[in-house]
Design a protein around this ligand. Sequence first.
Ligand SMILES: [Zn+2]
Length: 185
Amino acid sequence: MVRFRAGAGRPSLDFVRTLRHRDTPHIVEDLSDAAALAAWVTQFGPCRAAPADAAPATRVGAARELREAVFDLVSAGVGGYPPMSGARERVNEAAARPVPAPYLAGDGGLEWAAADPVAATLSLVARDALDLVATGAVARVRVCAGEGCAALFYDGSRPGTRRWCSMDTCGNRAKKQTLRAKAGA
Ligand SMILES: [Zn+2]
């Protein structure tokens, strides 16, 4: 089941955008409860998670705190200033947890398993964030130019001129607005 926006170009940035329309009056919390957290892990991680894997509510709170720490660490990297106190430690802590392990299934396919699928997938997210800020790839992180979107995305285009988190949503909307403005002129 696909219910969350993907396509930010990096798992850590897809995770950050579970708080949509950040810093705007239309802010939306996608990680509303354990079922939502489990659904995110299932959509973005290599192994499935059930709502029971993401309970209790304190785990959802911790996942949101990790998300804000990732956001802060990446924003600091983009802006070239030091992250807020505790953000680096929180992401480091999540990255230290075991990640999903691969195994060969009976049908010959590669599957992934984890004793704690939520923590294991969030470990992948945290490791991606560490890689992003430590390798200089953070210089390719942009804020979407879409009105009220505020999503971060990784600009993998060769000239480095990508403006929107997604052509399907924000890019398309901007293009339509330009056309409408031209038609009205
Ligand atoms: Zn956007």
